[in-house]
Design a protein around this ligand. Structure first.
Ligand SMILES: [Zn+2]
Ligand SMILES: [Zn+2]
Length: 273
């Protein structure tokens, strides 16, 4: 099982960090979790084209996690040799987001259908809305859906992927809670979006202060990983973006609370379980 951080950024623009997106490859499954800014670029750099995806799974419908889903949908459509469904899994509300994106691209779809003689159908996007407790069997892997807590944003979910005894937990944005402990219990890889509360608190912006109450801090992610007996904590979605040479400071904050392996990385960092 291989997990690649495609985008380690957040809503805050960064020249070096794409928006939140994580790739998981295991057996015949190629799964994309979230579709942040620049996802198709990073996916391609990881050696995967949108047509190579088994499914796209969304943790929640915040813009930084879905803004480039439209690029995945369009690229998947125009590169498919024939009618090929794109599978999208997400919390309730996902269908209406996909419908909205389809409407947004209606002129584009019209141009391409009129221009290409061998293109006779628009994009086929098959959405499955999931609830906590659901288990999805897909491309040979098992995916459990768990509730997360990113309130007031709701619904939000995390995904626990199991294949041949290996487990990866993809948490998305959440504060620590019992459900996230269950999501990542004993996982080989636990991918958690994080913020640095100390750095955010020092930024004089009321709007930025609002994010403190619905994300895991680095320390909280480490405490969750320790409680749940995780092997490797993988942090991503760094707020604020990690400055050059600051990785060790982020790692040290987590290491004070977690005895396992800690990954703080740039885009395209890859872990093998
Ligand atoms: Zn969010
Ligand atoms: Zn986010």
């Amino acid at each position: 099982m291989e997990v690649t951080l495609l985008g380690t950024g957040s809503p805050l623009p960064s020249a070096d960090r794409a928006g939140p997106a994580t790739l998981l490859r295991s057996g015949g499954a190629t799964l994309l979790f979230d579709c942040g800014r620049g996802v198709v670029l990073r996916l391609t750099a990881a050696g995967v084209l949108p047509i190579g995806l088994s499914a796209v799974l969304l943790t929640h419908l915040h813009s930084d996690h879905i803004c480039d889903l439209g690029d995945i949908m369009t690229s998947h459509w125009v590169m498919s040799p024939g009618p090929t469904p794109l599978v999208v899994i997400g919390p309730p509300g996902t269908q209406s987001v996909v419908d909205g994106m389809m409407a947004m691209f209606a002129p584009d779809q019209g141009y391409r259908l009129a221009h290409h003689q061998d293109l006779n159908e628009g994009p086929i996007v098959v959405v499955t809305e999931v609830e906590p407790g659901d288990v999805v069997e897909l491309a040979g892997v098992s995916i459990e859906v768990h509730r997360t807590d990113h309130r007031p944003v709701a619904p939000t979910v995390g995904y626990r992927v199991t294949h041949e005894g290996k487990v990866a937990a993809i948490a998305g944005d959440t504060v620590p809670c019992r459900e996230v402990d269950e999501l990542c219990r004993g996982a080989d890889l636990y991918v958690q979006t994080v913020i640095r509360a100390d750095l955010v608190a020092a930024i004089p912006s009321a709007r930025l202060q609002d994010i403190l109450d619905y994300h895991s801090t680095v320390e909280q992610a480490a405490l969750t990983a320790e409680r749940a007996g995780v092997r490797t904590l993988v942090m991503t979605h760094y707020v604020p973006p990690i400055g050059p040479g600051d990785e060790e400071a982020w790692r040290a904050l987590a290491a004070a609370h977690f005895s396992g392996t800690i990954v703080v990385g740039d885009d395209l960092t890859t872990m093998v379980a």
